[in-house]
Design a binder for this molecule. Structure first.
Ligand code: NAD
Length: 424
């Protein structure tokens, strides 16, 4: 019998829900959570799968599958984005919904956690097809949505326009309801500062982490994977701190310049061509190799599971900031910890988006608009307080990593709300 040559890929690396559950269980152990509450928190409250038939431009009908998972609503209405991606199956959406529960609790917002998705390839679809798909999906899930029930937002491959269609489709049935989604266009009740919020939050976490480590940001090198909403805003705002971005990428590939990219040229090239690839004065770098660059700050801002047991030994960054959701698997997390590479977890790093979504929701309920300066000031206040809460938890639990501390705080708050509500 021949020996297998390749190590089997651990289940955690192929199933995002198992990966997120592993982080949850570790946090639950840290705070000595009772088994009955654990059982409630490791499963979702409600999961729905819906058929989304769409008449395509060529006259044929394609049936997509759509999902909305409401993980836990003990602290408030369910809140979480909707993504359009070929990997958006029930396990992925379930994983992301539970992450939202811990995230909203960690930043202490009056929300629970949810996520939605349609398994599709939007880059192969026309705008009309995407609009018809969005409206049909909204109709199918509308009875579990509501301003005090469940409020979607943008995520991978969805944006302010998608939110406008959701608001309109929902409004056709229930009347004008801007607070039913966040991340809307400003003209329809969106919040000033929402578009930049997730990237702005990532950069606040970078600043706080640099303070925690006592390291300067001026001249620090940065690599960012993903140049969509989160990656591009992170790039824009981190440059203002004097950091030197040496590599960025998108789905088509990456670009690199050891002396620092000319970000004005990169933004102009991306606006003109739809990709960063091919920008003058840069060398190509693959998405895989970008992750292995020797930089001070590595910021994955695209897909989940990109840092795994097979590349974690080769990561050469000093700090990894998880702008994307679950970009680091539990196995890779353990390897990075052992190697002394600091990881700032997603529920801290990308919580700026849901925080400003909360501001948008409150503005819509009050039918009032805040100035952008107020949005940004309040965002910083909430995120620095959250960072301080996590630091304090770490101080009292000497061995806890930032991830363990952040998850433990989030889980503790949700468990407390579950008990107060009398779920068990
Ligand atoms: P987006 O659709 O605006 O951008 C995604 C970017 O990733 C694009 O540049 C795309 O080209 C790139 N990309 C796609 N596939 C890739 C691949 N295989 N390799 C490398 N790059 C690839 O999405 P977004 O809103 O910026 O979300 C990015 C991540 O941030 C997701 O994990 C999302 O869950 C997370 N997130 C987003 C928000 C938000 O407010 N938008 C909030 C919290 C977390």
């Amino acid at each position: 019998m021949t020996e297998p040559t390749a190590r089997p890929v651990p289940l955690h690396e192929t199933n995002p829900f198992l990966a997120v559950t592993a982080f949850f269980e570790r946090a639950a152990d840290h705070i000595g959570l009772d088994e009955d509450i654990r059982e409630i928190l490791r499963t979702s409250y409600r999961e729905i799968s819906v058929q989304v038939p769409v008449r395509m431009d060529d006259g044929d009908v394609t049936v997509f599958m759509g999902y909305r998972v409401q993980h836990n609503g003990a602290r408030g209405p369910y809140k979480g984005g909707i993504r359009y991606h070929s990997s958006a199956d029930l396990d992925e959406v379930r994983a992301l919904a539970s992450l939202m529960t811990w995230k909203t609790a960690l930043v202490d917002l009056p929300f629970g956690g949810a996520k939605g998705g349609i398994q599709c390839e939007p880059h192969l679809m026309s705008e009309g097809e995407i609009q018809r798909m969005t409206r049909r999906f909204t109709q199918a899930i509308s009875y579990i949505l509501g301003v005090n029930r469940d409020i979607p937002a943008p995520d991978l491959n969805t944006n302010a326009q998608t939110m406008a269609w959701i608001m309109d489709a929902y409004g056709q049935r229930y009347g004008f309801t801007p607070a039913i989604v966040t991340g809307k266009p400003i003209e329809l009740g969106g919040s000033l500062g929402r578009d930049a919020a997730t990237g702005r939050g990532v950069v606040i976490i970078v600043e706080e982490t640099a303070r925690h480590l006592g390291r300067p940001l001026e001249g620090a090198t940065v690599a960012i994977q993903g140049f969509g909403n989160v990656g591009s805003w992170t790039a824009r705002l981190i440059t203002e701190l004097g950091c030197k971005i040496v590599a960025v990428s998108d789905v088509r590939g990456g670009i690199y310049n050891a002396a620092g990219l000319d970000m004005t040229a990169v933004f102009a090239h991306a606006a003109e061509t739809g990709s960063v690839v091919g920008c003058a004065g840069t060398e190509p770098v693959s998405n895989d190799d970008l992750l292995l660059l020797e930089v001070d700050w590595l910021i994955p801002a695209a897909l989940g599971g990109v840092i795994h047991a097979r590349n974690a030994e080769k990561i050469a960054a000093k700090v990894v900031v998880e702008a994307a959701n679950h970009p680091v698997t539990p196995e890779a997390d353990a390897i990075l910890n052992e190697r002394g590479i600091l990881v700032m977890p997603d529920i801290m790093a990308n919580s700026g988006g849901v925080t400003v979504s909360y501001f948008e929701w409150t503005q819509n309920i009050q039918m009032y608009r805040w100035e952008e300066e107020r949005v940004n000031t309040e965002l910083r206040k909430i995120m620095t307080k959250m960072f301080g809460d996590v630091e304090a938890f770490k101080d009292s639990h000497e061995k806890a990593t930032f991830r363990e501390a952040a998850f433990a705080l989030g889980v503790q708050r949700v468990a407390h709300a579950v008990r107060l509500r009398g779920y068990v």
